[in-house]
Design a protein. Structure first.
Length: 162
């Protein structure tokens, strides 16, 4: 058997090995930079969505428009209450069917002082309560307990005059 001849000197082989190692490191750096760029974009999207959700949440808790000619449904809500959360989920499923010109849909968070003050003006219940107001801001009904989505739609349609 013939011995294979080395293709180049020891220095040449070492240099080629070093060049290959550098190319692999460069590829890894490029991949890391690509991953980092993707991570930065994803983080930015999450921040934008969180800011929008927070603004929407603050808007949904703004009670200043009550009594301005548009009927309103205000859910007395506590995040630790399972029935409150179910009612809120049912509201979320249908609230886009109503513009603020037809029906104001708002939430009162009873974990806040403002929420407790508002709710206590109309009811002694701190959970599982939907307060329904006419366009002049007068309380017309209080619905307590779990409210199924279809029942909520009927309440909202009646309140909105549909």
């Amino acid at each position: 058997m013939a011995k294979k001849k080395a293709s180049g000197s020891h220095e040449t082989l070492a240099r080629k090995k070093q060049e290959k190692s550098e190319r692999l490191q460069k590829k890894r750096r490029v991949r890391l930079l690509q991953f980092g760029a993707i991570a930065v974009v994803a983080a930015a999207v999450v921040v934008v969505l969180a800011v929008r959700a927070n603004r929407s949440e603050q808007f949904r808790q703004d009670l200043s428009q009550l009594g301005n000619g548009v009927p309103a449904a205000v859910q007395v809500w506590d995040v630790s209450c399972p029935i409150c959360n179910q009612n809120r989920a049912n509201v979320a499923r249908i609230e886009d069917d109503y513009s603020d010109d037809d029906l104001l849909i708002r939430y009162v968070d009873v974990r806040t002082d403002e929420g407790v003050r508002f709710a206590s003006q109309y009811t002694d219940r701190r959970r599982q309560t939907m307060l329904l107001f006419d366009g002049e801001g007068e309380l017309v009904d209080i619905v307590t307990g779990p409210i199924e989505q279809q029942s909520m739609r009927i309440l909202f349609d009646d309140l909105a005059g549909r």
